[in-house]
Each structure stands twice: as structure tokens, then as C-alpha cells.
Design a protein around this ligand. Structure first.
Ligand SMILES: [Zn+2]
Length: 149
């Protein structure tokens, strides 16, 4: 039996969140947090709407999941995010002690790998899941933005 709840399955849900951000004119990044195949947080980038540079999808997902769980540590949780986390989000994920982080497209300029930020040593990291879909959405967003200006 193939487990239908694989990384691709959940990344599709994160991509749906990124689409919602796109529709709002936000840089299209979406995130969800899953515990035991159950989605406990779904968020997307809201930096424009909230006028807050910390309103990245991952930051909101961490807060939302901790509220749901009633505890600050995200043990046994997996974050799915469409873009490689930045160093701020990587730092927040470090403090959360999250079990696993799965991201889509790499961010060669601002991603935590380039910035030299590290996640928690206990955190398993998987990159490149539905990366093409995530970067296509980003490209569409920035092309559209350029054409409006
Ligand atoms: Zn970030």
C-alpha cells in the first residue's frame, strides 16, 4: 500500500495557500504544519496586508500550530513551505524544535542555506518537493508585478 499522505500530498496544500497569497497581491509563499497526517495550521505570507516584515507564512504557521497544540514546541510536527525558509524563519523554526521541515523551491539569495543559518540539529530537512510549481508561481507573481509598474 502506498501512503497517500506523502510529502507531495501536503506540499500541494501548502501551494494552495501560496495561491491565496498570490490572489491578495502578496509574495506567494504558503505553509502548513502537519502532525500525524493531520493539518493543524495553514497560513500564507501576509507582509503587505499586515504591514509587517515578520508576517512570513512560516512565522504564522509556528504561532498557529503552537496555539493549536497548547505548547510552544512543535515536536512530531512537519512544516511544509513552498519556498526555502529565510534566516528569520529558520531561527524561529530552530526555537520551535520542529521535527521536520519540507520546502519546495530553493531561495538562492535569501534562503537559510545561503545565509548560513542552521535549523535545530534534531530537525530533518527535505528540499525540492514540487519546487517547479512553487517557483513558477513566484515567477508569475514577479512578472505581473513588473508589468504593473
Ligand atoms: Zn521567512
Amino acid at each position: 500500500m502506498i501512503n497517500p499522505f506523502d510529502d507531495t500530498y501536503f506540499m500541494k496544500k501548502a501551494l494552495q495557500e501560496a495561491e491565496l497569497a498570490y490572489e491578495k497581491g502578496e509574495i506567494p509563499v504558503g505553509a502548513i504544519i502537519v502532525v500525524k497526517d493531520r493539518v493543524i495550521a495553514r497560513t500564507h505570507n501576509l507582509t503587505e496586508l499586515l504591514n509587517d516584515v515578520t508576517a512570513h507564512a512560516e512565522m504564522q504557521a509556528i504561532t498557529s500550530a503552537a496555539n493549536f497544540l497548547g505548547g510552544k514546541y512543535l515536536l512530531n510536527c512537519t512544516l511544509y513551505v513552498t519556498l526555502e525558509p529565510c534566516q528569520m524563519c529558520a531561527g524561529a523554526l530552530y526555537w520551535s524544535q520542529i521535527s521536520k521541515v519540507v520546502y519546495g523551491a530553493s531561495d538562492v539569495q535569501r534562503g537559510f542555506n545561503t545565509m548560513g543559518t542552521q535549523l535545530h540539529p534534531k530537525t530533518e530537512v527535505v528540499g525540492g518537493v514540487l519546487a517547479e510549481e512553487a517557483s513558477a508561481l513566484m515567477k508569475r507573481f514577479f512578472i505581473e508585478k513588473r508589468n504593473l509598474n
